[in-house]
Design a protein around this ligand. Structure first.
Ligand code: URA
Length: 232
């Protein structure tokens, strides 16, 4: 692919803007300045730098973000900054999107991608990808609460009761795994079971845990094929 097309595919602007970056001497490949925007290069494994910053060519983006509180997942956030402000503008230019949403106050593991097929597959209810949350509760956990959640609680706009896999982590801390991603689902399930969620953290999606990524809050990383395979 020509260098200008490579830069465009990676989110560095229009063909014209990318050409200009190259002509301005901003782009190097393997430490060598390239000023010919038509230079043909293999994309696979290509490492290049723009304005002194290093990038790796990526056909598609698969990112895990440790979402902090008080960030909105919506593309047009209204009350808090959007999560996309935590990512490089080049990825936003590539139309990267969150896979599902977390409430603005919820923290934890959030996936983002520019691969529409991946986003669709991950969000599909048919795939039953479980999501695990740690919920800090207002009232202490009781055996009745656990049984109720395991047997299923009825949410007002759902036909059938929804069940969760539940584990008590502490007197006021519960781990819940659910297959669906309904609006405010965990909070509404806990409210329907007679308790109240004080704070919520998503600790895993499928078998991929936030802890295994070692990401500080607000930080993100690219997922490798092995990590993507754990999203089941
Ligand atoms: N359930 C909720 O209630 N909120 C979230 O952010 C995610 C799941």
């Amino acid at each position: 692919m020509t260098l200008e097309k490579i830069l465009q595919s990676q989110g560095f602007g229009s063909r014209k803007q990318c050409r200009q970056l190259i002509w301005d001497g901003q782009v190097s490949v393997a430490g060598q300045l390239i000023t010919d925007s038509d230079e043909d290069l293999p994309c696979e494994g290509l490492v290049f730098s723009v304005g002194g910053k290093e990038w790796t060519f990526r056909q598609q983006l698969y990112i895990a973000l440790h979402k902090p509180p008080d960030y909105e997942c919506s593309r047009k956030p209204s009350h808090h900054p959007g999560i996309l402000t935590l990512l490089p503008q080049e990825y936003v230019n590539r139309n990267i999107q969150p896979v599902g949403r977390l409430d603005h106050g919820t923290t934890g593991l959030l996936l983002l991608s520019d691969d529409g097929g991946f986003i669709h597959a991950q969000s599909s209810p048919k795939r039953h990808v479980s999501k695990t949350y740690e919920a800090t509760l207002f009232e202490a956990v009781t055996p009745q609460l656990i049984t109720q959640l395991q047997e299923g609680v009825k949410l007002i706009d759902e036909d059938k009761p929804i069940a969760a896999q539940v584990r008590m982590l502490d007197t006021h801390l519960l781990e819940l795994s659910i297959d669906q991603g309904k609006y405010h689902q965990v909070k509404r399930m806990l409210a329907a079971a007679g308790n109240h969620c004080v704070s919520l953290r998503r600790s895993a999606i499928g078998k991929l845990t936030l802890d295994s990524l070692g990401l500080p809050m607000g930080q993100w990383c690219h997922l490798d094929p092995g990590q993507l395979a754990q999203l089941v």
